[in-house]
Design a protein around this ligand. Structure first.
Ligand code: ZN
Length: 420
């Protein structure tokens, strides 16, 4: 949406479209807007439970292994989700396993000012190599619901929640590919980033973030992140924000030396290039890890929502939210949620005028962003326990590009290895 009207007219337009859930641009309100059902739908789409629009038509993403042609459909799906949210999306190409034309999908929520982005990542490829009885990457399923459809769903939800937040610096969201074969996508991306001399405010790989190993223990579930020396401060800040803003969970930052090192996810190539990069993920892994049994039922969506809120809090903190003008700052006490953001006005919900002014400033800077409402779900309202709503409960909003889908089962795809 091009931005030509004046700030007041734009603010009026945005006021009409702005949802009540985002009526104040403080980080706690943004985190509260994270929607479990959004996360569930994305994981279901990434695992073939629900069909998606792929590169050449509708498909069920029963595998996202890089040897399976459906990995290209998965890339197209992730790209489409970011585009539908109004973000700039680009493709970072690389080769892996002798396969050319693989891609990392890169989206950016712009900031109003300058400043290095914070980079949040997950990987959209999957694998089923630990399946008992053997597994063929060319044809067999690799749903990868926890690993790492959960992380990709987190990225898309962060994009939706932060899409119109008045950020000062950008938030970059990268869905890597070929993580499962030697971190190839992130290695290529980190090398290119360092080669260009680009700085980052910090990097977090969310992988995987859906399995709640503490579900039956009665203890507060751990939200776990590992770090090296350079990223200790980043991990501590993440844990501090999560502890203050996500009741009922126990964020834990662990130095990777205490767990025998952690080169197991896409943060590692960034650490090797000198970036502050941490690994956020559920630990221990589920029994279904890297098998065909890593399906949607492995994922605890309340747990995934908690991790997603931690990502929103960290992104808002590092990117910074545009502060209201001094004469418009409210005098209410800080909100009861996350009061950990530093700077003037931290934790306090600014007034409506300031919020609109902030929105207008950001929209003027980006010129193309738009608010994205949660997708329509006639089932239980958001925030209720993550029990599965009755089928066929979920539909897209009328007019949505993906509302055209039919209900026929996944088609048969070519079984030859990709060579593009
Ligand atoms: Zn993974």
């Amino acid at each position: 949406m091009p931005c030509s009207p004046g700030a007041l007219a734009l603010a009026t337009l945005l006021a009409v479209r702005a949802p009540p859930a985002l009526a104040a641009p403080d980080a706690a309100a943004l985190a509260a807007a994270v929607d479990e059902e959004e996360l569930r739908m994305t994981v279901e789409e990434l695992t073939g439970v629900l069909p998606v629009d792929g590169a050449v038509g509708e498909v069920r993403l029963l595998s996202r292994d890089v040897h399976d042609p459906r990995v290209a459909d998965a890339a197209e799906y992730v790209r489409g989700r970011f585009r539908d949210l109004g973000l700039d999306v680009s493709s970072h190409g690389f080769s892996c396993q002798g396969i050319d034309g693989l891609e990392n999908v890169v989206a950016e929520v712009p900031g109003a000012g300058e400043g290095p982005p914070i980079l949040l990542s997950a990987h959209y490829d999957s694998i089923g190599s630990l399946t008992e009885g053997g597994w063929d990457p060319l044809v067999d399923p690799a749903p990868g619901a926890d690993d790492d459809a959960s992380g990709v769903a987190l990225l898309v939800e962060v994009a939706r929640v932060l899409g119109d937040a008045p950020l000062a610096a950008p938030v970059r969201l990268v869905a890597f590919s070929c993580e499962e074969y030697g971190l190839a996508g992130s290695t290529a991306y980190a090398a290119d980033l360092a080669g260009r001399g680009e700085d980052l405010a910090g990097m977090v790989s969310f992988d995987p973030v859906g399995y709640n190993a503490w579900d039956a223990s009665g203890e507060a579930p751990w939200l776990w992140a590992s770090h090296d020396d350079r990223s200790a401060e980043l991990a501590a800040r993440w844990a501090e924000l999560a502890a203050a803003g996500i009741p009922g969970y126990a964020p834990v930052a662990v130095h990777e030396d205490l767990i025998g090192g952690d080169a197991r996810s896409d943060h590692h190539p960034f650490q090797e290039r000198g970036y502050a990069a941490i690994h956020g993920g559920g630990f221990p892994q589920p029994p279904a890890y890297h098998t065909t049994s890593d399906t949607v039922d492995v994922v605890d969506f309340a747990y995934l929502a908690a991790f997603t809120r931690s990502a929103v809090l960290l992104a808002a903190d590092l990117a910074g939210l545009v502060e209201p003008a001094a004469d418009e700052a409210p005098d209410e006490a800080p909100g009861a949620g996350c009061a950990c953001r530093s700077g003037p006005g931290a934790g306090a919900p600014p007034g409506l005028f300031s919020w609109l002014a902030g929105l207008a400033a950001v929209a003027a800077a980006s010129g193309r962003r738009r608010w994205a409402a949660p997708r329509v779900r006639p089932g239980p309202p958001a925030g209720l326990p993550s029990s599965r709503p009755p089928e066929p409960a979920r539909t897209r909003p009328p007019g949505s590009p993906r509302s055209r889908r039919s209900r026929w089962p996944g088609r048969t795809r070519s079984r030859s290895p990709r060579g593009r």
